[in-house]
Design a protein around this ligand. Sequence first.
Ligand SMILES: [Zn+2]
Length: 337
Amino acid sequence: MSLLPLIPAPEPLGNNVVEFLQQLPGPCCMYLPGRDSSRCRFVVTLLHGNEPSGSEAIFRLLQQPQQPVCDLYLAIMNVRAALTEPLFTYRQLPGMRDLNRCFRPPHADPEGQLANALMTLIHETRPEALIDLHNTSGNGPAFGVAVHLDSRHDALVSLFTERLIITDLRLGALMEMSERDVPTVTVECGGAQEEESHQIAFDGLQRFFTQENLFDLSEAPWPIEVLHNPVRLELTEDLRFSYSAARRSSDQLTLRVDIEHFNFGVVTPDTVLGWCDEEAATQLRIRNAGADVPLAEWFSTDGGELRPVRPLKLFMITARPDIARSDCLLYAVRCRL
Ligand SMILES: [Zn+2]
């Protein structure tokens, strides 16, 4: 059997998204015939098992009798991680690689092979657009991410949200590779626990299923704010850190417990993001598309306080220590006040 079997939507669907996922054979791709079978569109979701909005939205859309405007492929990926108790907690199962870092060759291990099977299916089906639905690990507003800026990507993002980040970071994510075949946008629907995130995914997918011309910007319900080339703030493996309302002397870095509130707000050199000792400053890494950049170009640790050195917009800030350590603490772009 293929690593990513092509199946019809399960019948019956189940009473909720968990029952729906339990009926799937594992990672799979659902095929829905549309009115116009000469073209198709592609949706990917659940690359991260702790990000339910995409599968929740698909479950709700499948309950509607409406036939999509053209053929649709809906790939639901890390079903096993999502259904491992506690449900929707594991980004990937312990000992496995982050699936959305596996799209770049080599594809030797099981995660790489699954990622490659998805890439092959996308290549063969030749969709006119691809949406990859995620949630942020912290709370905050929704936004889109793409590796390429043009009016088509603008239009795809505007189905869901009014913010688009154009990134030149290369991490082995799906959109970096699929862009060769199809205009691709990753949508971060907002926090995984928030009903509003599920609604954003649902409303956007409904437009994706039904809008005759996806690339007609005159249909866009809002103007798009575009942010360019973020950097990542990463923590080294042995940094001792925590989240708290005040400095904890037992830790090298204490991050503000409410740090997620800065998502998409502007922070300035007046903003204290946390407290650290001198050694912590050597264990924070800023990474851009090319390589590591000196921390001092972005953040200061003078006086034991972590502050931006210039006005920045921060996003994808996480308050989950495991994700801060294994992926990154936040992304940042320079901005004007
Ligand atoms: Zn994700």
